[in-house]
Design a protein around this ligand. Structure first.
Ligand SMILES: Nc1ncnc2c1ncn2[C@@H]1O[C@H](COP(=O)(O)OP(=O)(O)OP(=O)(O)O)[C@@H](O)[C@H]1O
Ligand code: SF4
Ligand SMILES: [Mg+2]
Length: 322
């Protein structure tokens, strides 16, 4: 299983009237072919900024200031605009947070998918229509409804159409940024199950961005946990569940209702994500960490491989591993 997407030392900053917000700092991770990677963390930790940096959608006042994003060996951050517009859709695509952002209310859903196919692939209109009907069937919508307008569908169906659209040109990587937020719980579960099913069938690499830790642990192969713009833990889902090392990862797991342990009190994590204009020195988690030491406010912990494939950025691990 080879690496399809490799993010290295990515840093993205935003200019604000209070100073520079270091929204993403030195973020590195990889995604393998056919893998589902969960990217989680509290609100404001930089998850969307990572996704938008990968897709080169960061606009002023934001800027990717450092790092690389290789998709099948090609650096997306150095690609020309025309190379990039070919890569988006055909190699990497996104399911946005709200289907409203993906679908134009004045065109039929079919026309929108057909247009995307015709723009990026050398096929006839007849073939594009056939593919659009197949795509709709694949996401559980009657192919004959390709002539319907977005308002003729329910929220869950629109989200399915947004998935069909993201799949239109057979990408290898899909990023889903909170794409089920706003749907009722049952519809969310159905849309996520559909995404998992398509991922397996099409051997897609998928990055799922979410706050929903139980959902992410149920469907993802690996999980990367972000705190205040940095990845603090990155490992197989099993390793995270059985052996989370970073105090923030432990706190998140502790804060999450466990469906197999109904009645257990849900803990919230005391404190809040710091302002990233003046992020705390040293470890960005130190003001909330129950294990804080003197050195934590001075030394920035590096992401360390604590066991094969399990990475953690905490000074306690640096001490433990010498
Ligand atoms: N347009 C912007 N202008 C200024 N700062 C921004 C902008 N967008 C993001 N930021 C900064 O980047 C940080 C990370 O934001 P981001 O949207 O990536 O977080 P997130 O993890 O996706 O949060 P959520 O879970 O709420 O979607 C924010 O805390 C904010 O400081
Ligand atoms: S480096 Fe220090 S403050 Fe940061 S998580 Fe580890 S123990 Fe806590
Ligand atoms: Mg976000």
């Amino acid at each position: 299983m080879g690496t399809v997407l490799s993010v290295e030392k990515l840093s993205t900053y935003f200019k604000t009237d209070k100073g520079i917000a270091k929204a993403v700092e030195d973020v590195s991770f990889t995604v393998n072919e056919g893998e589902m990677l969960g990217l989680i963390g509290e609100s404001g930790c930089g998850k969307t900024t990572v996704a938008q940096s990968i897709l080169r959608l960061i606009e002023y006042p934001g800027k990717v200031v450092k790092g690389s994003v290789h998709l099948n060996g090609k650096d997306l951050l150095k690609a020309s605009n025309s190379e990039l517009s070919k890569l988006r859709w055909k190699d990497i695509s996104v399911i946005p947070q709200s289907a409203m952002n993906a679908l134009n209310p004045i065109y039929t859903i079919g026309d929108q998918i057909i247009e995307a196919i015709l723009l990026h692939e050398d096929v006839t209109k007849k073939e594009a229509i056939k593919r659009t009907k197949n795509l709709l069937e694949m996401v559980g919508i009657d192919g004959d409804r390709w002539k319907s307008y977005p308002h003729e569908f329910s929220g869950g169906m629109k989200q399915r159409v947004a998935i069909a659209m993201a799949l239109a040109c057979n990408p290898k990587v899909i990023i889903s940024d909170e794409s089920t937020t706003g749907l009722d719980v049952l519809t969310q579960a159905q849309v996520i199950a559909l995404l998992k099913d398509l991922q397996r069938k099409m051997n897609l690499a998928v990055i799922i961005i979410s706050h929903d830790l139980p959902m992410v642990t149920a469907i993802c192969d690996r999980i990367a946990i972000m705190y205040a713009g940095k990845i603090v833990e990155w490992a197989n889902t099993d390793q995270i569940l059985k052996d989370a090392r970073h105090p923030y990862a432990k706190a998140l797991l502790n804060a999450t209702p466990d469906l197999s342990d109904i009645g257990r009190k849900v803990q919230s994590i005391p404190g809040s994500v710091p302002n990233l204009v003046n992020p705390p020195k040293g470890c960005r988690f130190h003001s909330r960490c129950p294990y804080v030491m003197e050195s934590c406010s001075q030394i920035v912990p590096e992401l360390l491989e604590v066991s094969p494939g399990h990475y953690t950025a905490c000074l306690l691990e640096e001490i433990r591993h010498g």
